[in-house]
Design a protein around this ligand. Sequence first.
Ligand SMILES: N[C@@H](CCC(=O)N[C@@H](CS)C(=O)NCC(=O)O)C(=O)O
Length: 225
Amino acid sequence: MIILHHLNNSRSQRILWLLEELNLEYEVKHYQRDSVTNLAPNTLTLMHPLGKSPILTDGEITVAESGAIIEYLVGTYHKTSVGQLVDPQRGCEVHRQYTYWLHFSEGTLMPPLVAKLVLDRVRTNAKPFFVKAIANKIVDKLMAAYYGPIIAKNMDYIESHLAHNAWFAGEELSGADIQMSFPLEAAVARGNGKNFPNITNFVDKVHARPAYQAALEKGGKYDYV
Ligand SMILES: N[C@@H](CCC(=O)N[C@@H](CS)C(=O)NCC(=O)O)C(=O)O
């Protein structure tokens, strides 16, 4: 039996979506973030030493890392599934695009977004007021000189890719779209969609899919829809 170890409001939501697109039978084990630290509970480390979600178990097999989980599920179950998701075959441009975006999501797009999230928290939580003033100045400098331009460049790049492609690997839905969905829906939910109509359209298209809606029901409250 496939079990998804699912943390609320997390990257794990996209694995639920994939499980639904593949029409697989699975169980969800729910974990709640700490209300103060936002971290995962220690019980997740029983499944994998790093205790980060998503983690998938399939009988004796344990897989961590969203990209690895997507490759595992598509590689193991695509042949027998009845969904619309494609499994691009090696050696063609669609596969190269699939691999590129599968890695781009966590390798290039997420790190500066996570850094921004952490810096925003520093800004919010710095106390007392004179420390806050200094913290704000440092955060502003880091954002202006480094993370801000990187995030803008990444978003522009994605926006122009989606101007010419229905989905990330071309004309059909693939695991690359599953992997790209989380950072893009988080960006749109935080109000960054207005400058990126193609990204907004992608997120809307994802949210309209019956499999995505089914995944939402299984996952519980999710802040990025
Ligand atoms: N690159 C990993 C990142 C995993 C990750 O950082 N997950 C977050 C949820 S979005 C998490 O578990 N955070 C809670 C914590 O770090 O305690 C993946 O794509 O699976």
